[in-house]
Design a protein around this ligand. Structure first.
Ligand SMILES: Cc1cc2nc3c(=O)[nH]c(=O)nc-3n(C[C@H](O)[C@H](O)[C@H](O)COP(=O)(O)O)c2cc1C
Ligand SMILES: CCCCCCCCCCC(=O)C(=O)O
Length: 353
């Protein structure tokens, strides 16, 4: 039965669980499945949340924390908290306000929204909200077209390029197969895939993608380049050698290689391989303040959240996304206070068991 699964296994913070329940009720079941689902048996999807549930914080005491300061600076971007919005496709499928509605919430929260290449609104329209945007790219086999998309995003005001490297092919999403969900409904399109003729091209995954394409992108844009989807420490070292400005430890929310390691389990080795040379971010299964704190303690400079933002959007447009972000902020503030960390940088690996 499409969409028959529980909204989410734990749902995380009450505000996030509530958003997920509302989204589940509001969305077409096949669309719910597209957003909620993962690849294969969804082992990796589950592992992401489970990994956080297996860790415990070891708080420090008597540290005169007062009111913790959550602000961080990331690639020159001042953020009010170390929580960013991960790139997720098809926001107009969740809510008519689409990506622009999400961007308004990002701006209100003073954080970054990473716009998916598969956004259902033009990047210029999303940028008109005034939000701080980074642009996510699936490098296309048609390199000229791919470069044109990057230049377009840069011209629209996006401040960094997030290159997704975990998708040489599209993951095997059993729910979508079962539901026959193979395309966007009429009236919706990946608006940033329009070429010079106005035709919308398909987003194509490129199995031939290699480090040469990362080097090539360096010549195409002056924007900071983040590689999203790194899990192996050897790849983290290569990313530094190839001039990446930051890494995102990600398994695509369990939507690509089912059986891949959870992101939290991958994080410490990646952070050690990078050795502080560039920021390391992480996403996957982050549903409460303690998850954020654990990720930061184990080497992340910041985290990204995917599905909870989509649930907020489906549940209540901009207000729904704001509710999700503010719930995470309030919880993180409490967690830092209780853990004896006056700021995110005060969290250290010895504070996780
Ligand atoms: C519905 C959906 C669409 C996504 N679309 C993209 C995308 O277009 N590009 C991308 O790099 N990652 C995409 N992702 C992966 C997210 O950026 C992120 O890695 C993942 O959602 C994090 O896990 P979480 O949902 O548990 O927070 C998508 C994830 C979901 C759930
Ligand atoms: C259901 C239609 C599939 C069309 C593919 C478009 C690419 C979107 C990629 C979004 C994504 O990364 C995801 O995880 O989903």
């Amino acid at each position: 039965m499409p969409g028959s699964e529980e909204p989410e296994r734990s749902g995380g913070l009450p505000a996030l669980a509530e958003a997920a329940a509302k989204a589940h009720a509001a969305l077409d079941p096949a669309h719910w499945d597209f957003f909620a689902g993962g690849a294969g048996e969804e082992r990796t999807l589950r592992a992401n949340e489970d990994a956080f549930a297996c860790r415990r914080l070891v708080p420090r005491v008597l540290r005169e924390v007062g009111e913790p300061d959550l602000a961080v600076d990331l690639l020159g971007e001042p953020l009010s908290m170390p929580v960013l919005i991960a790139p997720t496709a098809f926001h107009r499928l969740a809510h008519p306000g689409g990506e622009a509605a999400t961007a308004v919430a990002a701006a209100a929260a003073a954080t970054v929204m990473v716009v998916s290449m598969a956004a259902t609104q033009p990047v210029e329209e999303i940028a008109a909200t005034g939000a701080a945007l980074w642009f996510q790219l699936y490098p296309q086999p048609d390199r000229e077209f791919s470069d044109a998309v990057v230049r377009r995003a840069e011209a629209a005001g996006c401040r960094a390029l997030v290159v997704t490297v975990d998708s040489p092919v599209f993951g095997r999403r059993e729910r979508d197969r079962r539901n026959g969900f193979l395309d966007l409904p009429p009236g919706l399109a990946c608006e940033n895939m329009r070429d010079g003729t106005g035709r919308v091209r398909d987003v194509v995954m490129d199995p031939a993608l290699g480090w040469a394409q990362v080097d090539r992108l360096r010549a195409v844009t002056g924007l900071p380049i983040l590689l999203k989807g790194v899990l192996h420490p050897a790849d983290a070292r290569l990313a530094v050698e190839h001039g990446a400005d930051a890494l995102i430890v990600s398994n695509h929310g369990g939507r690509q290689l089912d059986g891949a390691v959870s992101t939290l389990d991958a994080l410490p080795a990646v952070a050690a391989a990078v050795g502080g040379r560039i920021p390391v971010l992480v996403d996957g299964g982050i549903r409460r303040g303690s998850d954020v704190a654990i990720a930061l303690a184990l080497g992340a400079s910041a985290v990204l959240v995917g599905r909870p933002v989509v649930w907020g959007l489906a549940a209540g447009g901009t207000d729904g996304v704001r509710a999700v972000l503010e719930a995470l902020r309030a919880d993180l503030r409490d967690v830092l206070t209780l853990a004896g960390a006056p700021r995110p940088g005060a969290l250290t690996p010895d504070m996780v068991a």
